[in-house]
Design a protein around this ligand. Structure first.
Ligand SMILES: Nc1ncnc2c1ncn2[C@@H]1O[C@H](COP(=O)(O)OP(=O)(O)OP(=O)(O)O)[C@@H](O)[C@H]1O
Ligand SMILES: [Mg+2]
Length: 337
């Protein structure tokens, strides 16, 4: 049995169709009308213990809805979730021991009491033994630098401090799995780096399973070894970054520095159909081509028939470019997995 098992998961939201103004409101009271929004459609995946998985998709793709169902906050419309042998919605109380969760957009900490007290309250709620609690406060406190502001209430913390305190709170009871919904949103580069390093460390040293959503693909590449892409509630891709690039990034790019500029009416594009040539600087061209159609050697050889080449480099496609294509709908649905 896998640590996380998600089978045919669906979530529909019932949305009221209200017309504007007072008359719209009255009409809605007399004869309410609704439509269904299918936020998550038939999603399947499993996650093994110790994996670190990025759950990504454009705005409104269904990421937060999935995380809320995985934590047991939301009830699925249909389908099954099993986390460490338990259904997180049906067994909410027992499940909290298995799960840590961070919502970047809002804190789970008590607003007005010092962080230290929030942590102590969690100790009581989760019935954490003294030795485990003390060791965790020391370990997480040191790595995330939380000790400096333990006496402050959440409302007085900066966003970066609050996020670090939230991460400590989510892990204080040693859950085997942690979900993080946009944990680096709004953080400065240094804090972001610290959070990513920390997540990598607990994944490696403690074997904590991580499932995180982020719009920052840098974070994802740093922390996660597997990527699940969802789009309009459906799963489009599940695999590692290298597979994502291999599957979807057909285009390669060569940056070529030439001895002088190509004449405007150059025939290279006619001779090598489907390539695109873009001048990016004086004597510098970026040439994109489909790797199934041409090799870099073909391109360089052809170009050198027209003018001397001073230098060239091959540019690898980035995960960001591929993901942008997916979000823009440029990658066809036939790739659904
Ligand atoms: N409580 C709700 N009631 C009605 N519709 C909702 C509700 N929550 C989310 N939705 C809709 O469900 C869809 C998925 O929303 P969700 O918040 O899961 O997206 P997301 O992938 O987390 O997006 P983002 O990147 O913007 O956080 C969206 O179309 C959203 O408008
Ligand atoms: Mg969201």
């Amino acid at each position: 049995m896998s640590l996380i098992e998600v089978n045919s998961l669906c979530k529909n939201y019932k949305i009221a169709d209200k017309e504007q103004g007072l008359s719209g409101m009255l009409k809605h009271i007399v004869a309410p009308k609704y439509h269904m929004k299918e936020a998550v459609k038939d999603i399947n995946f499993t996650v093994e213990k110790g994996e670190s998985v990025a759950y990504i998709g454009s705005n409104g793709a269904g990421k937060s809805t999935t995380i809320k169902m995985l934590t047991g906050i939301l009830k699925p419309t249909s389908g099954n979730i099993c986390i460490n042998g338990l259904d997180p919605y049906k067994h909410r109380i027992q499940s909290t021991k298995n799960i840590g969760v961070v919502f970047g957009q809002r804190t789970q900490l008590w607003w007005d009491i010092p962080i230290r007290e929030s942590f102590s309250m969690l100790k009581e709620i989760y019935e954490i033994p003294n030795s485990v609690y003390d060791a965790n406060i020391k370990y997480f406190g040191e790595i995330l630098g939380v000790s400096e502001f333990m006496g402050y209430p959440a409302r007085k913390l900066s966003l970066g401090q609050r996020m670090r305190a939230d991460i400590v709170a989510s892990l204080i009871h040693n859950p085997p799995v942690i979900y993080l919904d946009e944990p680096t949103i709004g953080l400065d580069v240094a804090v972001k780096e610290r959070v990513c390093e920390f997540l990598k460390k607990i994944n490696k040293e403690r074997g904590t399973t991580i499932l995180l959503t982020s719009h920052d693909l840098d974070d994802i590449e740093k922390v996660c070894s597997r990527i699940i892409v969802i789009d309009h509630g459906k799963k489009l891709f599940d695999g590692d970054a290298a597979l994502l690039k291999r599957k979807y990034a057909y285009n390669r790019c060569i940056v070529v520095k030439t001895a002088y500029d190509l004449p405007k009416e150059n025939k290279i594009c006619n001779e090598l159909p489907n390539i695109t040539v873009e001048k990016t600087d004086s004597h510098v061209y970026e040439i994109s081509f489909n790797q199934d159609e041409y090799s870099a050697y073909n391109i360089i050889q052809k170009l050198s028939e027209y003018l001397p080449i001073v230098d060239f480099s091959l540019r690898e496609p980035s995960v960001e470019q591929v993901v942008k294509k997916i979000y823009n709908g440029e990658i066809e649905r036939e790739f659904e997995v």
